[in-house]
Design a protein around this ligand. Structure first.
Ligand code: GDP
Length: 296
């Protein structure tokens, strides 16, 4: 379960606060110290934690809170709002070009869940009556094209492929033309990943970007990698100017550090969260719902 240990620790801290009639400044400071530790243990970026605690302290030790009849609840409410803001505030919707097709480029390290996300995104779009075309531009991983074709069949989205002997830039270009000719209003390009960020990969992604001018460049990151996933996002963003993040494997990540840090560190919104391998296990990311789930 995502955030399992963080959620239970925070719920414990705030349970104590809620049960108190009046709060002293010491009570609030004790609680904030525990929140700070819980966040650090959840693998949230150090600076993000520092700023977060400072913001809450500023709001929570004020006169208004202390004078309230239910100060504990007011503090919890402040934390809830700040957690929501930390994860992006409001839901960040997928771009929609007013000159279709809307072009979405998927990027990410190998194994992050990029190909799976491509299929799941197509499924979500089809549910909203869109007609996505999937483009198989990962020609290096032997099974990637086949994997996308199988996913395409499962979600009933057409897959454009030119095999693995044509350059990814050419595949992306022809895929876009194919979509225009066939009335697809979304094009999702599955690009190659590597085990690590390397220059050749970045150059290829930049060339594809220059060719198809995407409306969205979504980076798929594995939330189990915690802060490392956030560093990966930062590096990709510096080179590619991403527009958003898809967070995968939230079902296996009990800590939640990536979800809580990535927006603050990179400025990028989390657009979707994935919580399992099944095809319907991807959803638009709602910061407010996630914050409420963490705080119980
Ligand atoms: P790619 O190399 O980035 O294209 O990665 P894949 O899409 O092939 O995914 C790698 C593996 O992670 C596959 O076995 C997926 O089923 C699995 N996976 C992807 N997303 C999730 C998720 O949210 N939860 C779980 N448990 N597994 C996932």
């Amino acid at each position: 379960m995502p955030f399992e240990s963080l959620a239970s620790r925070l719920q414990n801290v705030f349970g104590k606060l809620r049960s108190k009639g009046k709060l002293s400044e010491d009570d609030v400071n004790d609680a904030l110290r525990e929140v700070r530790l819980a966040l650090l243990e959840a693998d949230v970026n150090f600076k993000v934690v520092k700023d977060f605690i400072a913001k809450i302290r500023e709001r929570a030790v004020g006169q208004e809170v202390m004078k309230s009849f239910t100060p504990g609840m007011v503090v919890v409410d402040i934390v809830n709002k700040e957690l929501t803001a930390l994860m992006g505030g409001t839901q960040s919707k997928l771009a929609r070009s007013n000159r279709p097709p809307t072009v979405i480029m998927m990027a990410g390290l190998q194994g992050a869940g990029k190909t799976t996300s491509t299929g799941k995104l197509a499924k979500l779009l089809i549910k909203e009556n869109h007609r996505p075309l999937l483009v198989a531009a990962d020609i290096y991983r032997p099974a990637a094209i086949k994997q996308l074709q199988v996913l395409g069949e499962q979600v009933q989205a057409p897959v454009f492929s030119l095999g693995d002997q044509v350059s990814p830039v050419e595949i992306a270009k022809q895929g876009l033309e194919h979509a225009k000719e066939h009335g697809n209003d979304y094009v999702i390009i599955d690009t190659a990943g590597r085990l690590n960020i390397d220059e050749a990969l970045m150059e290829e992604l930049k060339s594809i970007r220059a060719e198809v001018k995407p409306d969205e460049i979504l980076l798929v990151i594995d939330s189990m990698a915690g802060q490392e996933a956030v560093n990966v996002a930062q590096s990709f963003h510096e080179q590619l100017e991403l527009t958003g993040v898809i967070l995968t494997k939230l079902d296996s990540d009990t800590r939640g550090g990536a979800a809580l840090s990535v927006k603050a560190v990179t400025g990028l919104p989390i657009k979707y969260a994935m919580t399992g391998e099944k095809l319907d296990a991807m959803e638009p990311f709602h910061p407010d719902r996630m914050a409420s789930r963490i705080l119980g």
